[in-house]
Structures are given as structure tokens and as C-alpha cells.
Write a protein that binds this ligand. Sequence first.
Ligand code: ADP
Ligand code: ZN
Length: 437
Amino acid sequence: MTPDINPVSKPDFMPVEELRALQLAKLQKLIPYEYEHVALFRRRCDEKGVKPRDLVTLKDLAKFPFMKKTDLRDEYPYGLTAAPMREINRFHCSSGTTGKPICIPQTKGDLEVWTDGAARCLAMYGITADDIVQVSYGYGLFTGGLGAHQGAERLGCAVLPTGAGNTEKQIMLMKDLNVTVICCTPSYFLHLATVAEKMGVDFRRDTKLKHGVFGAEPWTDEIRAKIEQISGITAHDIYGLTEISGPGVAGNCAFCHGMHIWEDHFYPEIIDPDTLEVLPDGEEGELVFTTLDRFGTPMVRYRTRDLTRLQLGQCKCGRTMRVMDRVHARSDDMLIIHGVNVFPSQIEACLMKVPEIAPHYMIELSSTDTMDLFELKVEVTAETFSDSVSAMEAVRKRVAASIKEIVGLSPKIYLVAPGTLPRSQGKIKRVIDNRKK
Ligand code: ADP
Ligand code: ZN
């Protein structure tokens, strides 16, 4: 097929040799800059005996030290800031899903790189200046809202910056203003869908919604199918993280099962999280990014803790930028229950195989002196919910069988009424781990 190359998406199709040369040229500028301006990086390079001039080929990047989230915390607030305050335009902080927030000062150029990434994702999804885009990600320190906003404005879309929350009003505006694109977390969209149903609003019949731009949290293929089935929209995946810019580091095209990474801005590596060796494309490990053209808080070999793989071969869409698998888990999301390693996304996939189950659940872990207790609260769909003990018991058994078969565990399962588990306006928390450490 002939790719539809508009000015925004043009770099996506850059010949591979040109892309590699560009990456090397950008790295050869970034590494000496980081060495000069960030004491921690300089110290670590010196300890390893590596100098910026040692970066002769892309492979040489592996000689340089990693950065981690703990470095951002230890160096808070300005230890990793490389640009003078005069050049800083904006601050963002991570939402702190896994601890105390970290702060990323950005220059005008950094914001430009981020906006470019987000706009290229939206263009790739088929969104154009004709679209009306409702941004229901949180605005503020969290990168979700402003990231999607900047990207949509760059494309010339009409942007409706609702932010998160106030769900009934969001649905009213969506309907009245003929919104065609919604940007939010997948879990918030599921909440929107439930509230819409209660208000008697059918997305297919009463709205013009065509696209959903979903990210900021792991979501399974099963949830994606569910979203598309209940709403009739196309659910697109957008990936990003505050440390590297925000949403728009990677996104899916119409062909790939995964996400193209905007490699002209963000250089990816996959490492073995134990040995820290770089793994070849095709092998799964921890995703590491180097920001190629951000100068406020540049990241060199930043360990994301997200687990994925860089796919082999070129995508049918013609884009040369490598595709990473969808991110189903962070390494620190892994739970060890009764000695079994399990990710919440695996439980979610099991649940979604049972048609009577709604996409809302909560994993609760506690412990006695000798063992773990694993409880699972799961909402059933409104059609399924009934007072019949035997009907509910049959569904519970199906859920138990699905989990036993796929993850090999037998949690205590509670089926609960529709709408009773907590909903989120942003990233959802589906695990409560009260086990004694
Ligand atoms: P925090 O670390 O506080 O959650 P961010 O808000 O920057 O900070 O979140 C970035 C993280 O969110 C990513 O590292 C990844 O784990 C997750 N994430 C973002 N987009 C996606 C996506 N499309 N699919 C899966 N996980 C995602
Ligand atoms: Zn593609």
C-alpha cells in the first residue's frame, strides 16, 4: 500500500540507514552535553572509564551507565537538569503510581519533541483537522492531558479540554458537540461507558465518537476488544512516560500488533533486567530509552521497568520505526502468590474470557503467618446479576476454572454487583497488597 504521508507523519517513513545515521548524530551531541552538565552522569561515566568520545557507533551506547527512577528521586529536584532555568519552559511530575513524584523540567525544544510524538501518533490513528478531540486525561503535573492536547492542536483538531472527572457532563458535551475522538485511560473509558448507559446514551446511536486514544496504564487485548464492542469505536494504544516526555513516545498503526516507537526522538534498547546486557531485537526484556533531542532533563539509558520486546522485520504500513509489543506489565507489577509469578494483566485476560464478567475487578492480597490469602472481587454484568444463588455459583465456577487453567491459582472469588468496585478518573489501581513483607 502507498503510505499516506502528511507533513506530520513524514519522518515515520525515513529510510532505515538515514534513521540510524540521524540517531548516531543526535547521540554524539547529547552524550557530551549530558557529560558536561549532569554531575551524576559524569561521575558514573568516569567510574566506568567511559568517555563521550567512545561513542563511535550506536552499539557503543551499551558502554554508558543506566539511569533509574531512584536517580530522579535522589537528585530531586534539579540534580539531573541539564539546561539553565532561563531555558526551562515547563515542569511535569510523574503521577507517582509507584512512589514519591519525580520532577522533569522541560525546555521549549523538549515540548516540541513531545508534541511532535503525540501528533504523529494521532495522525497515524487516522485523526485529522476535521476531528473534535475530547481530552479526558488529567491536566496538570500529569503528562496525559497536556500531551494529548498539544498533539491534537498540532494536527489542527478542535480540542475540548474536559480533563478527568465530572463524567455526566463529559458525556453531555461529547454528545452535544459531536466529539469524534476521546483521549483517556482505558479504565476511565469503561467508567464513561457505564455512566453513559445509565444516562440512556448509546455511543453508536447518540454520539459521533470514532476513535479512542488510550494509554497511561497497561490494558489487555481482551479489554480492548470489549471497549470496541461496547462503543463501536476504534481503540488505539498510546504509550509514554513522564521521564521520557509523556504520551506519544509510541503508538499503534492500523497493521501492527504493538506500537511504533518514534525512534528519531527516543532511542530504544531492550535489556535483561538481571544481567543488564542488551538483548537482540525479538527478545523480551526491560525497555530502556535514551532521549535523543531533549535537553532540559535528558535521559541516557533510562530503565523504564516496562517489559516488552522490539519486533523483528518491518511493518506493512511502511513505517521504518521499530515496533514494540504492547506493554502488559511493569517488572515491579509482578506478584508472587503462593510461589507463582503472576501479572495482574494475566488475571484480567482470564476474567475477560468469561462473558458474564464486567471489566471491573480488584485483586486483594493479605497473609497469615504461614500463607498468602488471595481474594478476587469481580463485577458481573448487569444482565447477569441476579438473586439466584445457583446462577451466580455457576459463573463463579467458570471464573475459577479460567484462572486455574491459565495461571494455576485458586483465589477466593467474590462476584459483586455492577458498579460496586471503585472507578478511577486516571490510572486505575487494581491490586491491594496487604501482605506482611
Ligand atoms: P508513573 O510512573 O507515576 O505511573 P507516568 O504517568 O509517567 O508515571 O506513567 C508512565 C507509565 O505508564 C509507563 O512507564 C507504563 O508503565 C505505563 N503506560 C503508559 N502508557 C501505557 C500503555 N499504552 N500501555 C501500557 N502501559 C502504559
Ligand atoms: Zn505500522
